[in-house]
Design a protein around this ligand. Structure first.
Ligand code: GRF
Length: 191
């Protein structure tokens, strides 16, 4: 199997992006070829620089109303797109070119706690407010609607009554770091 080229879209810290970069540096299945972000202050840009991965910053307008991003993906021979904390909706032209090849990670057990506005701490806050006993991660394909693509994988963690948002976020991140690279790697083998 030839090495696949992956582009990661991220809007914030990018700890998952960095975890994926390190994982795929040690495999021959794929390479993280570029990091794309809509946020010029995103810490993920520093992580990209540290690992000498090409990065690109674009505006919402460029994403939605120009061919800048699709051209960049095609020019770089990107096979698979990974969303890791990316907060904008992926436009139709990218979805059409990458049918079933865009994967997102969501920090809760979809279909609950998904949809517009449900990201980061908002998700964990709602889970805690609803006294859920379980939360977890969902890795899924991306389609036209937020958080509604086919689910590939879920893993759960216990939520304790006295968990803070930070404590829950930490448990979720641990699941993400453990499973996201493995799930992507097995997905690549199906291509
Ligand atoms: C993760 O919890 C991910 O599930 C969600 O956004 C968070 C991103 O964290 N979509 P980081 O930027 O990878 O640290």
């Amino acid at each position: 199997m030839s090495k696949k080229n992956i582009a990661i879209f991220a809007s914030g810290s990018g700890s998952n992006a960095e975890n994926l970069i390190m994982y795929f540096n040690n495999t021959n299945t794929a390479k993280i070829k570029m990091i794309l972000t809509n946020n010029h202050n995103a810490y993920v840009l520093e992580r990209a620089e540290k690992h000498k991965i090409k990065s690109n910053v674009f505006s919402k307008e460029e994403l939605n109303n120009t061919n800048k991003i699709i051209d960049l993906l095609l020019e770089n021979d990107i096979d698979v797109i990974i969303l890791a904390g990316f907060l904008l909706k992926i436009p139709q032209n990218i979805i059409d070119n990458y049918e079933n090849k865009i994967i997102n990670i969501h920090p809760a057990l979809l279909p609950k706690y998904g949809g517009k506005g449900m990201y980061g701490d908002n998700v964990h806050k709602s889970v805690l407010e609803n006294n859920e006993n379980l939360s977890g991660i969902t890795i899924h394909h991306v389609n036209n609607n937020y958080d509604e693509g086919n689910i590939i994988f879920q893993a759960t963690c216990k939520v304790n009554k006295d968990d803070s948002i930070e404590a829950l976020a930490k448990k979720i991140h641990e699941l993400e770091y453990k499973f996201f690279p493995l799930v992507i790697d097995s997905f690549l083998k199906t291509l």
